[in-house]
Write a protein that binds this ligand. Structure first.
Ligand SMILES: *Cc1c(COP(=O)(O)O)cnc(C)c1O
Length: 401
């Protein structure tokens, strides 16, 4: 019985012919029509070739072929209320960054060439110059993402040695990025100090030995410890680092260059305050609160940045010309913080007033209510920043302000 059913299935070639004859897969390469026909027949065979599937089989193959030919990554509307949504590509780029990307994409660029001097140069010197200009850091480096930045710092400065971290900061950022595992992968030994809720300067002091390579502070960006909790200030850690000659590194995560408190949000540590309060190196992401492309940025002391650049991992983690173009254009906006707030979509969205969002919601409702079967109403909600920044902090302080 079931054998007969399988015999009733057409061959792949016959289904391909039927599919092409429909004319609904125009422009789709034949190889994809073949793949789609094979997949449709496989599905039917797996389902035990139930009767009645012959109808519409070619249509299904055509639809599948069209889907195979379309890009998997497509434009979407972010209606989640989360501004920095990792699943949706985090920060949307500014117009200047988009233009810079497009200009770099189709041609040749001076990626590692100094046009004025007429000789070879280094990658991303423009990005590094902007980072130093904006933060006052001695030196800077850009790599692929925040996780890569931390991996490189530990690999270059602490391989085979010890890194002191508070138990309250042994974070998982998501997507299996766990601090203890990163340390292990980079070849360093983790020395945990303090407790989940309380770590004191003395805990750090007692843990530092001749074999300590780094004091690492990690911003608990995606969760909050409140209540009976304490950790030393940056200035205290910086003083201990100076006294012991051990570099003090801070991973601030989201890379805020403007104070989020000015936008009606809770304060998120800025790169500048981490540096001025004494961190020797600060690492952060390019596509969170900075509002740029995916990247991992490191700023700080010249000698440590030089050590990062010498590490073989730096070559494996380096950014490409597209990221350089988008980063330079994004950073340039911060020369005037007010300009950054209006030009960079991430900041503009976070700073948007409730009435502006309401107007947008009403326009969207009007556009959608043209679609039959949809009942659309606008309701006030509390949205989130996302991207591991300001957890549990609604984008609007309340619906009444
Ligand atoms: C987001 C985050 C990272 C990882 O950065 P990616 O750019 O996503 O790789 C690392 N540390 C902290 C504290 C973060 O918030």
């Amino acid at each position: 019985m079931s054998d007969d059913r399988f015999r009733a299935l057409p061959s792949v070639e016959v289904l391909v012919q039927q599919t092409l004859a429909l004319g609904r897969s125009e422009g789709v390469p034949r190889a994809l029509v073949v793949e789609a026909a094979r997949a449709v027949l496989d599905d039917e065979r797996k389902a035990g070739a139930p009767a009645g599937l012959a109808d519409g089989r070619a249509e299904r193959a055509a639809a599948r072929a069209r889907a195979l030919a379309a890009p998997v990554q497509r434009r979407v509307i972010n209606a989640t209320g989360v501004v920095l949504h990792t699943n949706l590509g985090r920060a949307p780029l500014s117009e200047a960054a988009q233009a810079a990307l497009a200009a770099a994409a189709g041609g040749y660029v001076s990626l590692e060439y100094d046009i004025a001097e007429g000789r070879r140069s280094h990658r991303a010197v423009g990005v590094e110059a902007w980072l130093c200009r904006l933060t006052g850091a001695e030196a800077a480096l850009a790599v692929n993402n925040g996780a890569a930045a931390l991996l490189l710092v530990i690999s270059a400065l602490a391989q085979g040695r010890k890194v002191v971290v508070s138990r309250g900061e042994l974070v998982e950022i998501g997507g299996s990025f766990r601090l203890p595992e990163i340390l292990k992968k980079a070849g360093a030994t983790l020395v945990e100090v303090g407790t989940t809720n309380r770590t004191r300067l003395d805990d750090y002091r007692r843990a530092t030995t001749a074999d300590t390579a780094l004091i690492l502070r990690v911003h608990p960006s995606n969760f909050r410890v409140s209540g009976f909790s304490e950790r030393p200030t940056r200035a205290e850690l910086a003083a201990l680092a100076k006294e012991t000659g051990i570099p003090f590194v801070e991973d601030v995560g989201s890379g805020a260059f403007v104070d989020t408190a000015e936008m009606g949000l809770e304060h998120e540590p800025t790169v500048l305050e981490s540096l001025t309060e004494g961190a020797d190196l600060v690492t952060f992401s390019g596509d969170k609160l900075l509002g740029g492309p995916q990247a991992g940025l490191v700023v700080g002391r010249r000698e440590w940045i030089a050590a990062l650049k010498r590490d073989p991992l730096a070559r494996a983690l380096r950014i490409d010309k597209l990221t350089v173009a988008a980063l330079e254009a994004t950073l340039a906006a911060y020369v005037d913080p007010e300009r950054a707030k209006s030009e960079l979509p991430t900041l503009a969205l976070l700073a948007a007033e409730k009435h502006a969002l309401e107007g947008q919601a009403h326009r969207l409702r009007d556009a959608l209510s043209g679609l039959s079967g949809l009942a659309v109403t606008v309701v006030p909600v509390q949205s989130e920043v996302g991207g591991g920044a300001l957890p549990g902090v609604p984008r609007l302080r309340s619906n009444d302000d």
